[in-house]
Design a protein around this ligand. Structure first.
Ligand code: HEM
Length: 447
């Protein structure tokens, strides 16, 4: 007997106001809102933003079950339609029907054999970005860490790009991602208003698309460097032998850039802030760096020895997972946990919410890297610790993101100590999760 396709009987999350629903709570204090839900005994609660309704999964097992079944709970609906209009149909946003082929073709670029190459790019980009730091002076840590992270990802993708083009691309991806997030939240008429934000967003996205198409065209004509674009031009699917069109390659470049540019940079921003607030933890990191590295810069081979620094990064990713608010759409009428959802329902899941559940992580609001002593990367908590997601759509860049985070932290902290001048850091309604108002000063440890 078929079940009725009525809206599921699920309670509203606390904090809704008439018409705007939970938008006000989310704008005022998004993390406070999710922390309230991390104490919920409900498996799933409903949130509303204007006319839009979404169902937030609060239970770790139900979230995990949903993420494993990516054909039923797919990247679909208006949110991903909107993202595909900007990024193209690349691996991070494409529907399940296109995903496996794309993932098979991209996977080798992200394998361990490329980590050392990526690590050497990171060192050079850190030198370029922080060369202006002066002893005792303020630094714009968020902007600098974003640049380090985004520039490294651009180099991985298009290694021969000029410095001016990199600076422009890094700016453009920030504007495109910010604009895309607001388009998802605000109703459609907002998109077409000729206001400066919309114009900047359209120009930035179209400049990036042109850059990626031009690069693919040039590589096809003249050959290219040993990078992601060259690899994608040569790649053929091991199952059906098909190759990628120019349009598909441009979409992959844009998607990987969007997925990888900011995530590590923001993780590093949170890491410097937390270390500055926890001097005892910072001292232990410095002692490890001095013992393992002495005066030299870290390489990918040092990662195994940098266990405490790795634990610190894992704990930063638990407390402040940069991908904190993610969605799926129900593709055919299905049950999830104890509830039944009609096709078209939007489901929200949040690594932040799961990482702050007191029944999964003891004393969840405390920054305590020691909790990862026997499991430095948090791999054993695959259900309650998902900074990189889970299931078939888990982050392709997880290995690179971890290498980049630990090596960047180690490289900078072996030479510099950063002191926060702001205690009251909030996070805005942004993707990725951003520490707002972070102001720091850099002090030289050694030259
Ligand atoms: C600290 C760093 C990073 C974090 C926290 C992170 C987090 C995530 C998360 C949570 C997802 C899954 C999204 C979902 O399920 O909807 C994801 C997907 C993805 N990430 Fe990352 N990421 C990081 C770094 C990177 C880097 C450096 C790259 C590339 C250079 C990258 C490329 C991707 C791609 C391509 C996907 C889509 C995978 C698929 O759908 O098959 N990420 N990331």
């Amino acid at each position: 007997m078929s079940r009725p396709l009525a809206e599921p009987a699920i309670t509203d999350a606390p904090g809704a106001v008439p018409v705007l629903g939970h938008l006000v709570s989310l704008i005022r204090n998004p993390l406070g809102f999710l922390r309230t839900l991390s104490h919920s005994t409900e498996e799933i609660v409903r949130i509303r933003i204007g006319p839009w309704k979404g169902y937030v999964v609060c239970d770790p097992d139900v979230t995990y079950h949903m993420l494993l079944d990516d054909s039923t709970f797919d990247k679909g609906g208006p949110i991903f339609k909107n993202m595909r209009e900007v990024l193209g149909n690349g691996v991070a946003v494409c529907p399940h029907s296109d995903h496996r082929r794309q993932r098979r073709m991209l996977q080798p670029v992200f394998g361990k054999s490329n980590h050392a190459r990526f690590a050497s790019v990171i060192g050079t980009e850190i030198d370029t970005v922080i060369s202006h730091w002066q002893n005792g002076l303020p630094v714009d840590i968020m902007s600098d860490m974003r640049d380090v992270s985004a520039r490294s990802v651009v180099r991985l993708m298009i290694s021969g790009l000029s410095d001016d083009a990199i600076v422009q691309a890094v700016k453009d991806v920030e504007v495109s991602m910010g604009g895309m997030f607001w388009r998802i939240l605000l109703p459609p008429p907002f998109d077409i208003l000729p206001i400066p934000g919309n114009i900047r967003y359209k120009n930035a996205s179209s400049r990036l698309r042109q850059l990626f198409r031009r690069t693919v065209g040039e590589y096809r004509m003249n050959g290219g460097e040993d990078d992601l674009v060259s690899y994608l031009i040569r790649a053929s699917d091991e199952e059906d032998g098909t190759t990628l069109s120019d349009e598909e390659i441009s979409a992959q470049i844009f998607t990987v850039f969007a997925a990888g540019a900011d995530t590590t940079g923001h993780t590093l921003g949170w890491a410097f802030h937390l270390l500055s607030q926890h001097p005892a933890v910072l001292k232990r990191v410095q002692a490890e760096l001095d013992a393992v590295l002495g005066d030299r810069l870290p390489t990918v081979e040092d990662l195994q020895e940098l266990t405490y620094t790795t634990q610190v990064v894992t704990e930063v990713m638990r407390l402040y997972p940069t991908a904190w608010f993610l969605t799926r759409t129900v593709m055919q009428d299905s049950s999830l946990g104890q509830h039944f959802f009609p096709a078209g329902t939007d489901i929200v899941f949040s690594p932040y919410l799961l990482h702050h559940r007191p029944d999964s992580h003891e004393d969840p609001e405390t920054f305590n890297p020691d909790r990862w002593e026997s499991d430095p990367q948090g791999q054993r908590h695959r259900i309650s610790m998902i900074p990189f997601g889970a299931g078939p759509r888990k982050c392709l860049g997880e290995g690179l993101g971890r290498v980049q985070s630990v090596l960047s932290l180690a490289t900078i902290l072996s030479k510099w100590e950063l002191k926060s001048e702001s205690d009251d850091i909030k996070s805005g309604l942004r993707l990725p999760l951003t520490p707002l108002g972070l102001s720091m000063r850099a002090f030289k440890r050694r030259s």
